[in-house]
Design a protein around this ligand. Structure first.
Ligand SMILES: C[S@@+](CC[C@H](N)C(=O)[O-])C[C@H]1O[C@@H](n2cnc3c(N)ncnc32)[C@H](O)[C@@H]1O
Length: 244
């Protein structure tokens, strides 16, 4: 795999900070950005894939919504033993382009398809045994979240699962403040400066809208999922699984 470029997007001083978008500049450094900005990224990927493997059935589809550069699809390809088709959906052409290069270069063994589509306009899921949303639901406008979760539920086969990994708010403002402080400390340990952290925070302000864990849980149960559990929690990050 080609070496990922270092993320320096917010290293320069901006006069006015533009809203965060998943364009060419972000796509080119995205893998480095995720590894330095998401706690336990590799372990959570491994967990997502081992769970997806257990729910996967021959002849079904496994979706990754907000697939970005296809890291998860590549990991799913190695982890899933059933004969499934892997389908990645993302609204960013630049991410899809990068992801496609990665899948081709790594000789993905399973059938696969990448679709450039905006989830805010709905999503068509069919014959799915597992659906993954890793750090994606948080970017869906709240107005559309319930519709998307209901779409996913209706496209999942019985006993199929939805695996969601998200940034979350603390259940109270005290914990929220603390968790964010620990998170920024982690980013400093990974080499980001105070200025990079604060400029990125501002860029994400109206774009990444986290819910509390409890709000996410209620969203899944209200939409009709029968079982829900948390498989990962680190301060303001949470991995959740729901079963139809
Ligand atoms: C943080 S990244 C996901 C990271 C990736 N799933 C992983 O774990 O490696 C969020 C992705 O969601 C995509 N995205 C954001 N809003 C979207 C929308 N409305 N429809 C489709 N994709 C969207 C972005 O283009 C971006 O690639």
């Amino acid at each position: 795999m080609s070496k990922t470029k270092e993320d320096k997007v917010f290293r320069k001083k901006f006069n006015s900070i533009p809203d965060f978008t998943f364009g060419k500049e972000i796509a080119s450094v995205f893998d480095d950005m995720l590894h330095r900005s998401v706690p336990f990224y590799d372990e959570v990927q491994r967990m997502i894939c081992e769970m997806a493997d257990d729910f996967s059935k021959d002849g079904t589809n496994v979706y990754d919504l907000g697939c970005s550069t296809c890291t998860t699809l590549l990991n799913l390809d190695s982890a899933i033993k059933s004969r499934v088709k892997l389908i990645g959906i993302d609204s960013s052409q630049d991410m899809i382009k990068k992801g496609k290069q990665k899948l081709v270069k790594n000789n993905v063994s399973k059938e696969w398809e990448l679709i450039c589509s905006n989830l805010n306009h709905g999503v068509q899921i069919t014959n799915a045994s597992a659906v993954v949303m890793s750090l994606t639901l948080q970017f869906i406008r709240p107005l559309y979240r319930e519709d998307i979760i209901r779409n996913i539920l209706s496209g999942l086969n019985d006993q199929g699962c939805l695996i969601v990994f998200e940034k979350v708010l603390g259940e109270s403002s005290v914990f929220n403040r603390l968790f964010i402080k620990y998170y920024y400390d982690m980013k400093k340990r990974k080499g980001y400066s105070e200025m990079e952290i604060s400029q990125k925070r501002e860029a994400l302000e109206n774009v990444l809208i986290p819910y509390r864990l409890e709000e996410n849980k209620q969203l899944f149960l209200r939409s009709g999922f029968r079982h829900f559990d948390v498989f990962f929690k680190w301060y303001n990050f949470c991995g959740m699984i729901a079963i139809k």
